[in-house]
Design a protein around this ligand. Structure first.
Ligand code: ATP
Length: 209
């Protein structure tokens, strides 16, 4: 009998905080890519962003409670454990060591990230070492790869097109949620209930505990 290839979906980001948009597209991607498991990978520090507002322990705790009842969805603290910026290529190497050369590894990004992709650290190596799957993001143009012609090889562009996932457009962002929280409003419809409770209990993002 042929050995089944393990299919691992990795979802990196700051998750500051995790919200319903992340959870919605994650579940859709897990299903669409026929993944065996999806792993949230909170970044210690995104190379493209300022330091997250909440600490790694708090972001980890919020992800853990948000995924508690979701099947085949996990979280890894591997980027929080490393010092310096959280480079995706290093995370892929980490999971390759864990799952082996034959595993199919997918790294999810929202369409808002696409324009910055050419600036990612060791992007050519990254494109060769995993499937980079772009998802729909409400408020941003649909993923369009041809504009990356001349930057990436034709082969890489074809692969990016094949790996694109038609996720539902969920108009939620952490930036908007933090802005609401700073005004003293908890946007409960955009957060899993346990995350809203955690933020309130720990006085994160300017909320009075
Ligand atoms: P911020 O507003 O702080 O930039 P964010 O809401 O974009 O945060 P991140 O933690 O930076 O959240 O996102 C992690 C990944 O999830 C990124 O690839 C981002 O594009 C994607 N993402 C975030 N929210 C959505 C959403 N509503 N739909 C699709 N993808 C999303």
């Amino acid at each position: 009998m042929m050995k089944e290839i393990t299919r691992i979906i990795l979802f990196g980001g700051t998750f500051d905080p995790i919200h319903r948009g992340h959870l919605g597209v994650a579940q859709h991607a897990l299903h669409a890519l026929r993944g065996d498991r999806l792993v949230f990978v909170p970044a210690r520090q995104s190379p493209h962003k300022r330091m997250p507002h909440a600490g790694g322990d708090d972001r980890m705790a919020m992800i853990l409670c948000a995924i508690r009842e979701l099947e085949n969805i996990f979280v890894s603290d591997c980027e929080l454990q490393r010092s310096g910026p959280s480079y995706t290529i290093e995370t892929i190497r980490h999971f390759r060591r864990q799952w082996g050369e034959d595993a199919a590894i997918y790294w999810l990004i929202g369409a808002d990230q696409l324009a910055d992709l050419p600036k990612w650290y060791r992007i050519d190596e990254l494109l060769q070492s995993c499937h980079l799957s772009t998802m729909v993001r409400a408020g941003y143009a649909a993923p369009e790869m041809d504009s990356l012609g001349g930057i990436f090889s034709e082969q890489a562009i074809e692969q990016l097109k094949r790996d694109t996932i038609d996720t539902p457009a969920i108009p939620v962002s952490s930036t908007h949620i933090r802005a609401e929280l700073a005004q003293g409003r908890i946007p409960k419809e955009q957060l899993p209930p346990c995350v809203a409770d955690y933020i309130a209990a720990h006085g994160l993002y300017g909320v009075r505990p």
